[in-house]
Design a protein around this ligand. Sequence first.
Ligand code: NOJ
Length: 747
Amino acid sequence: MVSKINLTYLLSAICSIVMIGQSVDQKVADLLSKMTLEEKIGQMNQYNGFWEVTGPAPKEGNAKEKYEHLKKGWVGSVLNVRGVDNVKRIQEIVVNESRLGIPLLFGSDIIHGYKTLAPIPLAESASWDLKAIENSARIAAIEASSTGVNWTFAPMVDISRDPRWGRVMEGGGEDPFLGSAIAKARVNGFQGNDLTANNTIAATAKHFAGYGFSESGREYNTTNVDDYTLYNVALPPFKAAVESNVQSIMNSFGLYNGVPATGSKKLQRNILKGDWNFKGFVISDWASIMEMTLHGHTTDLKEAAEKAAIAGCDMDMESYAYIKHLKELVQEGSINENTIDEAVSRILKVKFNLGLFDDPYKYCNADREKDLLFNSKHQDAALDIAKKSIVLLKNDTKLLPISKQDRIAIIGDLADDKTSPLGSWRIGSDDETAISVLEGFDKLGIPYQYEKGCTLINGKTEFTQELSINTNNKTGFTEAIELAKKVDKIILVLGEHGFISGEGRSRTDLGLPGVQQQLLEEIYKVNSNIILVLMNGRPLTIPWAAKYIPTILETWQLGTQSGNAIAEVITGKYNPSGKLPMTFPRSVGQIPIYYNQFSTGRQEKQPHVFWSHYIDEENTPLYPFGYGLSYTNFEYGKINVSITADGISASLSIKNTGEFSGEEIVQLYIQDIKSSYVRPIKELKGFEKIYLEKGERKQVKFSLTKEHLGYYTPEGKYTCEAGEFNIMIGPNSRELSTVKINIANFN
Ligand code: NOJ
């Protein structure tokens, strides 16, 4: 055994010397030429690993077989292996015992941090702060890489218009322009400037494509996106990720034109690898190759393997389809070996890009792991972006910020919760590691009295089939109501527990879960000075609160530093600046609801019923995309537009006319008034986050080029049509000033 290991090392050392000076493509070709068909297919195979801490034997699945496959070099990557020791042990098996010693990729869902958790991605998107978002992904990569992980299944860049879908918490919201900017920031954050460094990891943009359009917001459901919407709404963030050199793309559980996305040649081969010239590799979603048969698209696993590989899916996550059937498919001539070579080359290339062949253990340093996880610099950054993610939805009677004299009550189960604010997707974090709202107040030395009011969920386990939400037990109401009577202001913390959103957590009712709405109404009866602090992973429908409660603060799930961020905003230490990345509906019946809709043929209100409307609800949202208030006021000046040879420039001055210094996110929208294909009534095409001292005025300037003014035809052709455009600027997608321009031609 010992001599075999030494021999393998010797061979790989010789290979490395020979390889120095070669380009990555040459290195890949060289290695590929040495591989057997089985070894090539092995690279396309990924296994889940629930490994015992004391050894590499998998606890579940066909453990023995997986172990044998590792030794033979028949595994290209594993997912869900935690900790340096486990990663190292598994890497040692392939490096030392397999014939060619090709290192494994270690993948994991590092969605918003590892041990230090930043806000959930939807919350971060509300900051519109690309630098802070990039930094947050950077920190996630630093922590994850210190535990041996070298590849994340993030960012999720699915545009979604349906808050019933629990996974909206994981993305950038409803808008393709903002979503693309965020996709880019996140990829850059994870991958950094140097992929070979030991603190950067390969990123994955997912789920390709259109998974955010899961019908009726139900997870794993059919998706139905027409080509026009696909090109203009669903694809742009993926394209942005590819342009940012994202190393992998994950396909999806959904359908595209009746074909499972995993088996879609048009999506993967034609658009992604063809039109966009994507150089990384495509990973399936969990068992999505196998599920093609359940969809009724393939007869069995073998046919599923064939269709997926031919369509351009390079790696199989947990379907066992490639490892079981690809060899036979090649031997019988159903799949050309070139198809396999192409897939393997892409996978090997990412491994070379990461520098894994130079040092397969580069991420495995227990001291680094100890030093970096949860370190104080990361806490500071998590606090910074947590504050920036908070959105002030209402402050009619100026209850916020609170003052030192106020007698304060804090009420709500979530106010004392140290796990829920961590949100969904928290692979490496420990329960009870978030700062609660109560702790945030304690830290600032703000006195308060606390009552729980009610219990939100019974039992706190993440993956139970049905989380038991308390729908009838009002224990705690009386004490909370009595407390409410005695104070000046009530901070009422209500919303969704962190386990109520995320993958597999679709909802049909988006109100406050359980008895919380009743609690809110009961307290309002005795004291209306309520500051409603919402914690949730998706837009909620809160029409009653929006009408009666004077102050509403959207705090999402803010991660490790949650309570500190909330306390800083409530006390005015930080002036809120976030803006909604997703529309808040008035009712579930309005969904899908989004700002960049098309004009209908019957848009104008009429005295009869024959116009586009509901008979029982407004058309407008409760809170529109881009909406969010500040403790101060910003006065928007007149828009000046000039058309130059390079494009359009639009500028205006903004003045802080209120009593606080603060940040404002200035937004620019366009409307192509008439074109061959109907265009949305407004489309975000620029935003600027500016800081203004009290009384300060600043000039904001936007530049628009062809890239902003055109659109994709359903055939995927980018086109710009001359004619009239509206240029709109304002603080959100509803309150906009408009200047109409005419562009004679696009050269
Ligand atoms: C299924 C999810 O859809 C995907 O996003 C995730 O990366 C994989 N599971 C692996 O956990």
